[in-house]
Design a protein. Structure first.
Length: 137
């Protein structure tokens, strides 16, 4: 039994959005996590919503994690709910992008500006993915 087979549902969501959720990266435990999520997608989506849409959740997770990966995994099983969550994430990404514009203008360090610009590029990619998942053109 791999350590991935003993993860809590919350930890499964964390692994999926980490950016390393591939069979080549995780070995046999990958399929175990995938099977668990697909067996009860509503439960895992509720956990995902708490992590990404709950009170106090900021936009920084949208540039450090890959929430669109999780939504793509269950889109076929819960298309309406995934679209609703993706629309909410689209709005969150847009709000965070506006905040970053203010942050870029406020920092003086070129290195900090470069990092914020890198984050904005990632955020733009996530925003496009969320729009696609929401069915928004």
């Amino acid at each position: 039994m791999s350590s991935l087979e003993t993860l809590t549902p919350e930890q499964c969501v964390d692994v999926i959005v980490s950016g390393n959720f591939t069979a080549s990266a995780l070995g046999p435990g990958y399929q175990s996590v995938l099977d668990r999520v697909r067996a009860d997608p509503a439960r895992y989506l509720a956990i995902f919503e708490r992590k990404f849409l709950g009170p106090g959740q900021g936009g920084s997770a949208l540039v450090t994690l890959n929430p669109e990966h999780f939504l793509r995994l269950i889109r076929g099983q819960l298309p309406e709910r995934v679209a609703r969550v993706a629309r909410q994430l689209t709005r969150g990404a847009r709000a965070f992008a506006h905040q970053q514009v203010r942050d870029i203008a406020a920092v003086e360090s070129v290195a900090e500006q470069d990092e914020l610009l890198r984050q904005r590029r990632l955020l733009a990619s996530r925003h496009a993915a969320f729009k696609d998942l929401a069915g928004v053109k």
